[in-house]
Ligand binder design. Structure first.
Ligand code: GTP
Ligand code: MG
Length: 510
């Protein structure tokens, strides 16, 4: 499948307030021929109505006004196409108040354009945003030095900004791919090379986009397939998600973490394009399995035999803090990593520094816009990779109530149980035991559930009444864990005990 021609590459556009992000987006849209007929005139009319000079930055408004005319657009995403492939640009508002939108927007982007106005040069947010990109693992960065017209297209000024900003990024271990001198308003070096800056012989902005690669796209990389949702669809259960790393094939033996259940991919249902073709990183897909498993949103599928993620109870991360209140040791937040959501507690905060100046702030609490090394503890195992090894399963956002209050990347997992430390894999274990483990939810009085345990054990099934917390671990060991719930697969006040026991025996026999 030629994925590149179908799925858009997501790019986030960041930079200091007023440095020309929206103008560049409008110009990219126009200069790649994506502008619907009459839209230019509509922007012109809108500007006239508002009594302001023509602004490319009003493109979003103009498109939004015509949303019902079949244009796919929302408040901050814009779709366009070059000869090579489609793109989505996420125009993250520059103002600090909107940093949290950016962090969530950036969390799905794989490349970034960072805009610096040539007249004002590197500003506080140019640096903070650079830091956030590095923190989010966005390594493909092109720096657009905009408004070159305001500095007389001076290459000295351009190289000065390039040197200063390269220096800053080098401290973060980031090497930007390109620095492009641009006058976005006039389209200089946006799609076409500028005649006004003949001293520059590098790519235009559009060419740099086309040179970006899909990260984690290495087909030989280990699979990471976080489950977004499970749909029922004429008898079939379709497990939907986005391949974040590696390539998914029909026939792959998948293991779902943290449960450890395994099943083969029976079919791949592409939303568009060829069904059944392998799916590489960055693409959303639905699969069916050769067995009914308990799979839900948040589980992460990997391929049996490949490097496994960690199941962490504790982790250390570099955190960028956006909360209005400082991050406190002992505080509890919600953590979102890939499609997982779970509670976390702050165990320690170390090495606080100012994300703009990179100055350490010894003894300071972690305040808004600053960065620190934070240790978290979880109420259940988090399926996680180190960010240096897997970008998307190694970065996360923190949520306080409904607000994103921070983001970060995973640098270490302490106390982590490597999922592959078990000598026996589940299938081998079950082959020997003759039974699969399972978690079975049963409703009814406690005595009823205990009777079920007895009937099962008497007939040779290793069954035990368990609480939810231990049920998964027991089931992986091959035990049929009976969890008493208010609503369950079996209702013992209604269903016959022997009938239920028979069905469980049949379903768990290997
Ligand atoms: P925020 O979203 O508010 O952070 O701003 P922004 O970065 O999106 O900037 P925007 O595109 O709104 O542009 C800010 C101002 O700079 C506008 O008045 C633009 O017309 C102007 N501008 C953008 N690009 C250029 C350029 O290449 N040259 C000149 N002279 N002005 C430009
Ligand atoms: Mg803007």
């Amino acid at each position: 499948m030629n994925n590149d021609s179908k799925n858009p590459l997501e790019i986030v556009i960041v930079g200091h307030v007023d440095h020309g992000k929206s103008t560049l987006v409008g110009r990219l849209f126009n200069d790649t021929g994506s502008m619907p007929e009459g839209k230019f005139e509509a922007i012109e009319a809108m500007c006239k109505r508002r009594g302001v000079p023509f602004e490319w930055a009003f493109l979003m408004d103009a498109l939004r006004a015509e949303r019902d005319q079949n244009i796919t657009i929302d408040t901050s995403h814009i779709w366009f196409q070059t000869a090579q492939r489609p793109y989505v640009i996420i125009d993250a508002p520059g103002h600090r108040e909107f940093l949290k939108n950016m962090i969530t927007g950036a969390a799905s982007a794989n490349a970034a354009l960072l805009v610096i106005a040539a007249d004002e040069g590197v500003q506080e947010q140019s640096r903070r945003h650079g830091y956030m990109l590095s923190l989010l693992g966005i390594r493909q960065i092109a720096v657009v030095v905009n408004k070159m017209d305001l500095v007389g297209y001076s290459h000295e000024r351009f190289f000065e900004i390039e040197a200063e900003y390269r220096d800053f990024l080098a401290q973060l271990g980031v090497t930007p791919r390109y620095f492009v001198p641009v006058a976005a308003r006039d389209g200089e070096n946006v799609a076409a090379s500028s005649q006004k800056m003949r001293w520059y012989d590098g790519p235009s902005v559009v060419q740099t986009l086309d040179l970006f690669e899909r990260p984690a796209g290495a087909p030989q990389a280990a699979l990471r397939f976080p489950v977004q949702d499970v749909y029922r669809f004429d008898h079939r259960r379709i497990i939907a998600g986005r391949v974040e790393s590696g390539t998914l094939h029909v026939g792959d033996m998948l293991q779902f973490l943290p449960t450890g259940k395994t099943a083969r991919v029976a079919s791949i249902e592409a939303w568009r394009g060829d069904s059944g073709a392998p799916v590489s990183a960055g693409f959303s897909v639905g699969v069916t399995l050769d067995q009914q498993l308990f799979v839900e949103r948040g589980h992460i599928a990997v391929r049996v035999g490949e490097s496994l993620p960690r199941l962490a109870r504790q982790m250390t991360a570099n955190v960028f803090w956006l909360g209005t209140r400082p991050l406190q040791v002992g505080a509890v937040y919600k953590l979102k990593l890939a499609t997982q959501e779970l509670g976390c507690r702050v165990a320690a905060v170390d090495a606080v520094l100012d994300a703009s100046t990179l100055e350490p702030k010894p003894g300071s609490p972690l305040l808004r816009d600053d960065v620190a090394t934070v240790t978290f503890e979880f109420d259940r195992p988090l399926v996680v990779d180190l960010q240096a090894e897997f970008v998307s399963t190694g970065r996360f956002v923190l949520v306080d109530g409904y607000d994103v209050c921070g983001g970060g990347i995973v640098t270490a997992t302490s106390d982590a149980v490597r999922a592959n430390t078990r000598v026996l894999d589940d299938e081998t274990r079950y082959q020997f035991l003759g039974f699969r483990g399972a978690v079975v939810s049963v409703s009814g009085e406690l005595e009823h559930v205990q009777s079920l345990e007895r009937v099962l054990v008497e007939s040779g099934v290793v069954a035990a009444v368990a609480d939810l917390e231990h049920a998964q671990a027991l089931s992986r060991a091959g035990v049929v864990a009976l969890v008493r719930a208010s609503e369950g697969a079996f209702d013992l006040t209604r269903d016959s005990l022997l009938d239920v026991a028979t069905r469980i025996r049949l379903q768990t026999r290997v």
